[in-house]
Design a protein around this ligand. Structure first.
Ligand code: BGC
Ligand code: CA
Length: 298
């Protein structure tokens, strides 16, 4: 199939659209608006408007779960079953509850590995200091796996399960870590992509890996989605009609639609007028197939 231009999938005015994830079983795309605490669900084959769950705190990412969804919010990780009450799975160690409100480093980007562990990282409250970390939730236990991070993003796995990809957006580099899916352990990380060296703008934000093992990265403030080969070479660039694409996910019946979430949070009124598609869910057809997203098995 030919690649197509980028168009609107769902017109929205999100502040920080993020974390698109496709359920093959449900033929449903989920995503979040982090700043507004919203979780969206949408079935493209049915058309119509998405449904929306409203949480009372920021929600960094969403993952699939047999009973429904798992979300990593500011204060912790919880299961949102399709019916019934939310279930707390883990508290965010970087979040302090103070009276009614809380403060600290909220959860940000995350996804499940092939064994069903949830990996989710945090974001420094000022988006400038290396105070955040990457965590793994495995059978009820949350462990800190990487520290010294400013903005945890870009988490993904190679199709052969040998690599975990991750970025601290502030460094403008994407690292890869040898990964053992059986034990969940990480080896020594190495710089895999450096936007500076490649002359690419913006920072690496969310990502998805396709069936050829290429890594699609949304360049926040770089106005494009880029595709890197397994060797870390830049193989394609797709301009996006707004400066802040945040993350990508393959979906649709044939897993050949790339969904792209976007943000308006760094645009003033002039920027919003110039980029009317910012804040919407975008889509494009790809010539390559995506991978089915594993769910949480906690
Ligand atoms: C964060 C945003 C941040 C962006 C770019 C996102 O994952 O949630 O707050 O501005 O990355 O670094
Ligand atoms: Ca992100």
């Amino acid at each position: 199939m030919q690649e197509s231009g980028i168009e609107v999938a769902v017109a929205l005015d999100m502040s920080l659209g993020e974390s698109p994830v496709w359920s093959v079983e449900r033929q449903t795309l989920y995503w979040t608006d982090i700043n507004n605490g919203h979780v969206y669900a949408w079935r493209p084959q049915q058309g119509g408007a998405p449904t929306r769950i409203e949480l009372d705190e920021k929600v960094g990412c969403v993952a699939l779960d047999e009973a429904g969804l798992v979300v990593a919010t500011a204060s912790g990780i919880l299961r949102l079953p399709a019916s019934g009450e939310p279930e707390w799975l883990a508290a965010n160690p970087e979040w302090k509850k103070e009276r009614q409100a809380g403060q600290g480093n909220r959860f940000n980007d995350g996804r499940c590995d092939a064994a069903g562990r949830l990996w989710a990282g945090t974001i420094d409250a000022d988006e400038s200091n290396p105070s955040a970390a990457l965590y793994c939730l495995d059978r009820g236990e949350l462990t800190r796996r990487l520290t010294g991070i400013g903005i945890s993003n870009g988490l993904a796995f190679s199709p052969d399960r040998r690599w975990l990809y991750h970025t601290d957006s502030l460094t403008r580099c994407i690292l890869r870590y040898p990964f053992d899916v059986d034990s969940g352990t990480l080896g020594e990380g190495e710089t895999w992509v450096d936007l500076e060296t490649l002359g690419l703008p913006g920072v690496p934000d969310g990502a998805a890996v396709d069936s050829e093992g290429c890594y699609w990265s949304a360049l926040y403030d770089g106005g494009r989605v880029v595709r890197f080969s397994p060797e870390g070479e830049l193989v394609a660039e797709h301009p996006v009609p707004c400066p802040h694409p945040t993350m990508v996910a393959f979906g649709g019946a044939d897993l050949r639609t790339l969904y792209i979430t976007t943000a308006t949070q760094h645009l003033d009124a002039g920027g919003k007028a110039r980029w009317p598609l910012a804040g919407s869910l975008l889509q494009m057809k790809t010539g390559v197939t995506g991978l089915a997203e594993p769910g949480f098995r906690g």
